[in-house]
Design a protein around this ligand. Structure first.
Ligand code: AMP
Length: 176
């Protein structure tokens, strides 16, 4: 079992009945776990030719910013609709109830950028695939995506792999 599971707080029935919410704020709050986790991601990506990180609001910023700093590369912000000030591309995606939308600045990507998507958790993959489509629309190529936690039974990591994106996660949980 991954050491990181000792630091994940599970909250049953949040935000809806039947969901096991995997709370990673308990990792971020730990002087031991947060830097150790960042070091694991950095070791994995150090020689992979990644030259930009795209973090998904909001926990992807806390993770991705630290990884980008350690790798000495830039950071692209993927935000919820209406938060970015300049011209944007928008992608809607399905939620359990209704839809949500993510945005990227149209000029966020430089030609040839090889991008790593970063978020805290992948479940159905709806969020990460919306991010991948935004990056493609802005002219970038996504080679990799990483998460602290994967819920493989929900199919998101498989769907990303099928789109040619290598997925790396530190811990996996069964079920929702
Ligand atoms: P999905 O788009 O279905 O892959 O869901 C991933 C997004 O929803 C991530 O940004 C997560 O923060 C959040 N999320 C989905 N399921 C959970 C869960 N069980 N615990 C914590 N966060 C979750």
């Amino acid at each position: 079992m991954s050491w990181i599971k000792d630091y994940v707080r599970t909250i049953p029935d949040y935000p809806h009945e039947g969901i096991m919410f995997r709370d990673v704020t308990t990792i971020f709050e730990s002087d031991e776990a947060y830097p150790r986790m960042i070091d694991e991601f950095v070791a994995h990506y150090r020689d992979k030719g990644i030259n930009k990180i795209a973090g998904i609001e909001a926990r992807g910023f806390i993770l991705g910013g630290a990884i980008a700093h350690m790798l000495g590369i830039g950071f692209i912000t993927i935000r919820k609709k209406g938060k970015l000030p300049h011209d944007t591309h928008t992608e809607e995606y399905e939620l359990e109830y209704g839809t949500d939308a993510l945005e990227i600045h149209v000029d966020a990507i430089n030609e040839g950028d090889n991008i790593l998507i970063v978020d805290d958790l992948i479940a159905t993959g709806g969020t990460a695939i919306a991010a991948l489509k935004l990056i493609n629309r802005a002219g970038g190529k996504v080679s990799d995506a990483c998460f602290i936690i994967d819920l493989p039974e929900l199919g998101g990591s498989n769907a990303l792999t099928e789109k040619g994106c290598d997925v790396f996660s530190l811990a996996q949980y069964e079920g929702l």
